[in-house]
Design a protein around this ligand. Structure first.
Ligand code: UT7
Length: 334
């Protein structure tokens, strides 16, 4: 019997309507469009506005659109992995909230937190349930409402992040398409450079934690940059080497969109020209778990069956890794 692989059979994305431009940020903090553009590549990002709007507000339309595209009902989904650092609540899991909202009555699910590497961790985890034969239709969602944990008086972080959601459906494949290989890393000592100080069990919320702005993203940008730029490039080269892929063999790099300079360094290391690199950071900024599936969604029409695609990410934790997939369908002909 041929081996079962986990193929992506549908992809969708959702970004909120509100566009926060560099020009608007110039009126909020001491910054310039020129600084943001040259240091990060970002021109604008999307923000989910409104009271009591959690990240699943974006995941619901994203997943409903995905199910429609694939022509299946929510009841056919048997598992949901929700990668996020901004779940609706500390508990229960947003996977459960999403399942309830879309009517995925036959699915079990859980949240996965690996910061900006969450989507590739979730994709790898979910693929094992398909490969083992126990699950047939698994949703992998990457979704973050970063605006809920950003201090819009901190110019070092507020210019970077945005809100957005992307999702893929995994199904069994017997022709060798789908997730072929993945290599994931973590190094918890990196937590000092990128974290949210309060709100967890170590420092529960108090008036003081709020006054000290400890519920926002804390990032030492330069330190994170130094690790990100080498680790993301290294692991991308590593996955190519161990699968005997040359730069000619790789059709696309789908990098986490944290900083255009990090993406450029990764592509250079892999020997890829710009045309093979998915890049939408200028429109959406860093949506944390949303970046990679949002790219796949925007580039879907250009993907062909058999394309070798490398997904690559680095994030808080530290976490990083790369996934090698063989695209399973001719999207433009679907
Ligand atoms: O996705 C999760 C992982 N995260 C990352 O991968 C992020 C990695 N880090 C980065 O992308 C970059 O470090 C940043 C974009 C966050 C910052 O860029 P940088 O080139 O590393 O700038 P810097 O922090 O070294 O700051 C340079 C200068 C400083 O001023 P002085 O000390 O040289 O006078 C900052 O105060 O730029 C200043 N600065 C700003 N100026 C205008 C910092 N933020 C801003 C700003 N506008 N928004």
């Amino acid at each position: 019997m041929s081996k079962i692989t986990a193929a992506i059979t549908a992809v969708n994305g959702y970004v909120p309507d509100y566009v926060l431009t560099n020009q608007e940020l110039e009126t909020m903090v001491e910054t310039t469009d020129e600084w943001i553009t040259t240091r990060t590549g970002i021109k604008e990002r999307r923000i989910l506005k409104g009271k009591d709007m959690g990240s699943t507000e974006m995941a619901v339309p994203c997943v409903e659109g995905l199910l429609k595209k694939r022509g299946i009902s929510a009841e056919e989904i048997d598992m949901i992995v929700y990668a996020s650092v901004t779940p609706d609540m500390v508990f229960p899991a947003s996977a459960n909230i999403l399942a309830d909202k879309i009517g995925a009555k036959n699915a079990f699910g859980f949240d996965l937190n690996a910061a900006c590497s969450g989507f590739i961790y979730a994709l790898t985890t979910a693929s094992k349930f398909i490969e083992s034969g126990t699950h047939k239709k698994v949703l992998v969602v990457g979704c973050d409402k970063m605006s809920s944990i950003i201090d819009y008086e901190d110019r070092t972080t507020c210019i970077i992040f945005g809100d957005g959601c992307g999702a893929v459906l995994l199904e069994p494949n017997k022709e060798g398409f789908g997730v072929i290989d993945s290599k994931l890393y973590s190094d918890g000592s990196g937590r000092v450079h990128l974290h949210q100080k309060a709100g967890g069990s170590m420092r529960p919320p108090t008036h003081e934690t709020v006054d000290r702005k400890e519920h926002f993203v804390y990032q030492e940008g330069q330190a994170v940059f130094k690790f990100a730029v080498t680790r993301m490039a290294d692991v991308s080269a590593e996955i190519m080497e161990r699968n005997q892929l040359t730069s000619d063999d790789v059709a696309w790099l789908v990098p986490h969109q944290a900083n255009k300079r990090i993406i450029d360094a990764t592509a250079r290391r892999m020997g890829l020209s710009d045309e093979k690199v998915m890049l939408n950071i200028h429109k959406y900024g860093n949506t944390t778990n949303g970046t990679i599936p949002l790219c796949l969604w925007e580039w879907e029409d250009k993907l062909n069956k058999g394309d070798n695609i490398i997904l690559s990410a680095f994030g808080g934790g530290f976490t990083w890794g790369a996934v090698y997939i063989k695209w399973a369908y001719d999207s433009s002909k679907k």
